[in-house]
Structure formats: structure tokens, C-alpha cells
Design a protein around this ligand. Structure first.
Ligand code: UD1
Length: 365
């Protein structure tokens, strides 16, 4: 009999993480993957475009939960998932990353007595003001299979008392996705810019939900632009809304503001940039793999390998540190980064092999 695996996605970064896993299931005809999209992200440029890019032509279930307060979003997702998972009765539920849909997926599955696999487990910023940190801790505590991208993540889980046999160091599925998209896009990259450029992304509530913080960021970015660097800013809907609500449009006028990009467009853009300025988690990894300098506008990172071995530096919102690093980058004096263990495009194959072994073992018990 086929084993049913429910794969839950909700927000933009989930799609590129699940796509390589969906591809890897194909080697195992007795595994039947089912895709559930919660609808946390509903704009086409945060969801539909990514599904098309990765050839995910059909979602088995779309729950349309949408936005709202934290409790509304989580509550709606729990209700919709409970019914869906009860109908499907999967042998395993796979959740990826750390977004609200990841949390809702893991909790619902566990309440229904289902097995749960968490891809990208064990990452810790040790900052409980980040919604994602709370999500990560809870999801890891209740998952049965924990797939980690870096050794520090395994160590975090062991310190928290997770049994060693549940933890699997498999590498980074997002780098699988990057390697799949990147060669295709590279050939198509037409536009060469006359000025050196940097790419900026900003969406963390701690950076964009407070007017004064957002103003401070705008003033730092203005100084970067004054160094003769074009700052290209694909703006997240949350950030766009706040810039408008706080009437800060004028303060961001020195930047090249563009709508959110597709994955291929974004990866191609950062691969040609002199550096990236970001508060995202995943971009720290992508820039490190591409060996593009990454200045992360946060106090901490849950992805320490990107700082230790990659191209990432935590700069928080310190203007002097940011400008000093920009000068280093432009002067060719910034660190180059190294190859990262198991970020080799085969992580999803390892994930699915372990899933298959796990399900075989469960059925013999
Ligand atoms: C979410 C994730 C974050 C991830 C990011 C990637 C959580 C806690 N956060 O943040 O980890 O890095 O996605 O984008 O899950 N909105 C739209 N259109 C959409 C979706 C959202 O306009 O398709 C707006 C809504 O006004 C919404 C706001 O963005 O209130 C925030 O959306 P939400 O899903 O809560 O979190 P993100 O900031 O997108």
C-alpha cells in the first residue's frame, strides 16, 4: 500500500524548500505526496509565481487562511488543517522552515497522533522576540524526524534534550532549489547595470513595524546610496504597507524600489550584486553559497555557519559598522567565504531516503 505524505506550505520561503523534496519523492513510487497550501501568503508574487517556477502545477488542498493577527492566522490554519489532515490521514506530515504555517502544521498533526518531520530543524537565534524562534522551538520539540542544515543546529537540539536518533544532518534543501533555478536563469540574465549595485530586503517586524526604526534604516540606506551604489529594493508587502502608513516614501526615494521578484529573478539579481543587505534568514544562506557579501541588519542569526564560514556579517542597525563594511566590500577587502558542508544540491534526496527508511521501520513495528 502507498504511504501518504502530507507536505505543508504557507509562506514564500516554504515553496522553494518543499520543491526539491517533491522532486525527490519521485524515486520512491510507493510514496504518495500530497501538497497542502495554507494560504498564509496569497499574493501571486509571494506564492503563485514560485509554484509555477518550480513546476508545482497542482495543489491538492488550498486552505485560503490569509492574513490577520497572529492568533487569527494561527487559529484559522489550525481549524482548516485539522479537517484536511483528518480527511487525508497521512502516514507522515512534513513541515519546512519556521513560519506560522509550519507551527500550525506540526501542532495539528501531533494532536491527530500523526508522525511529523521538520525540515530545517534546530536553528536558534536565542531571541524570543522573533515569532519564528518560538515556532522553531515548538515544532522541534514535537517532531519525530528532525532534518538539519548545519552542525550547530544538531548541537542545539541535543542540548534541548532531543534524542540523537531523531536528528539527521542532511544539508540544505534551499540550496538544492537554488542550484535548480540558478543555471537556467544565468543564461537569461540580460540587463547589465552601469553602476555597482546592492540588493536590499527588509521584512522583519522588529525592523519594519516601528516608524522610528524604519526611519533610521532609511537614513542609513541613503548614505549607502550616496557612496555611488544603486540599492535595489524588492519590497515585501508588509514593508510597503508600513512605509506608506508612516508616510516615509520620501525617505526611501534614493533607492530603486521594485515589486517582490520571482525566485529566479531574485537569485540572478543577488548573484550579480556587489553585496546584499537583508534581515531575512534564507538570504544569508543563499548569499553565502553564491559567495556574495551579505550584511545582515539583525542583532543575531539562527544560521551561524553563514557568519563562521560564509559571507555573512551581522551589522544590526549600526550605521558606522554598515558603512565600514560597505567600504571593505567595495575595496575588495571583505571575506570571501568557504564551501559549506553538504550544501551540495542533494539534501532533498537525503531527506526522502530517511523518510522512506523511517516509514518502513514504522510499518514493521
Ligand atoms: C512571513 C514569515 C517570515 C518569512 C516571510 C517571507 C511568519 C511568522 N513569518 O512573514 O518568517 O520570512 O513570510 O515572506 O510566518 N501580506 C500580503 N500578501 C500576502 C501575504 C501577506 O500583502 O500574500 C501582508 C499582509 O498585510 C500581512 C503581512 O503581509 O498582514 C504579513 O504577512 P505574514 O504572513 O503574517 O508574515 P510575513 O511578514 O510575510
Amino acid at each position: 500500500m502507498k504511504k501518504i505524505i502530507a507536505n505543508i506550505v504557507g509562506a514564500r520561503p516554504n515553496i522553494m524548500k518543499i520543491a526539491p523534496i517533491l522532486k525527490a519523492y519521485k524515486k520512491y513510487p510507493h510514496l504518495k505526496p500530497v501538497i497542502i497550501h495554507t494560504g498564509q501568503h496569497y499574493d501571486d508574487n509571494l506564492s503563485g509565481v514560485f509554484l509555477r517556477e518550480f513546476g508545482i502545477s497542482k495543489l491538492d488542498y488550498h486552505l485560503n487562511v490569509g492574513s490577520g493577527s497572529w492568533a487569527e492566522q494561527i487559529g484559522e490554519t489550525l481549524k482548516a488543517l485539522e479537517q484536511t489532515l483528518q480527511n487525508i490521514r497521512p502516514d507522515l506530515v512534513v513541515v519546512v522552515g519556521d513560519v506560522n504555517s509550519t507551527l500550525a502544521g506540526a501542532i495539528t498533526a501531533k494532536h491527530l497522533g500523526l508522525h511529523v518531520a521538520h525540515v530545517e530543524a534546530g536553528l536558534r537565534s536565542f531571541d524570543l522576540t522573533m515569532p519564528e524562534e518560538i515556532n522553531r522551538m515548538i515544532v522541534d520539540r514535537i517532531s519525530d524526524l528532525l532534518f538539519v542544515t548545519e552542525k550547530d543546529a544538531s548541537a542545539n537540539l541535543k542540548k534541548e534534550g532531543v534524542a540523537k536518533k531523531k536528528i539527521h544532518f542532511v544539508g540544505n534543501v534551499m540550496i538544492d532549489a537554488l542550484q535548480y533555478i540558478f543555471p537556467k536563469r544565468k543564461e537569461k540574465n540580460g540587463r547589465i547595470r552601469s553602476r555597482p549595485f546592492a540588493v536590499l530586503t527588509l521584512h522583519r517586524p522588529s525592523n519594519v513595524d516601528d516608524k522610528h526604526t524604519l526611519q533610521k534604516i532609511a537614513s542609513i540606506l541613503k548614505k549607502v546610496a550616496q557612496m555611488g551604489i544603486e540599492v535595489i529594493f524588492p519590497v515585501h508587502p508588509r514593508t510597503k504597507k508600513n512605509i506608506e502608513t508612516f508616510y516615509l516614501q520620501n525617505q526611501f526615494r534614493d533607492l530603486t524600489i521594485v515589486p517582490p521578484l520571482s525566485y529566479g529573478q531574485f537569485i540572478t539579481l543577488i548573484s550579480d550584486a556587489r553585496f546584499v543587505l537583508t534581515d531575512s534568514g534564507g538570504i544569508q544562506e543563499e548569499a553565502s553559497w553564491l559567495r556574495i557579501p551579505c550584511l545582515t541588519m539583525r542583532k543575531n542569526t539562527e544560521r551561524p555557519i553563514t557568519v563562521k564560514k560564509g559571507t555573512n556579517t551581522l551589522v544590526d542597525l549600526h550605521e558606522d559598522v554598515i558603512l565600514a563594511n560597505v567600504k571593505k566590500i567595495m575595496g575588495g577587502r571583505y571575506k570571501k567565504g568557504q564551501r559549506l558542508p553538504l550544501w551540495d544540491g542533494k539534501a532533498a534526496e537525503r531527506v526522502v531516503k530517511k523518510i522512506n527508511d523511517y516509514l518502513r521501520y514504522q510499518s514493521t513495528r
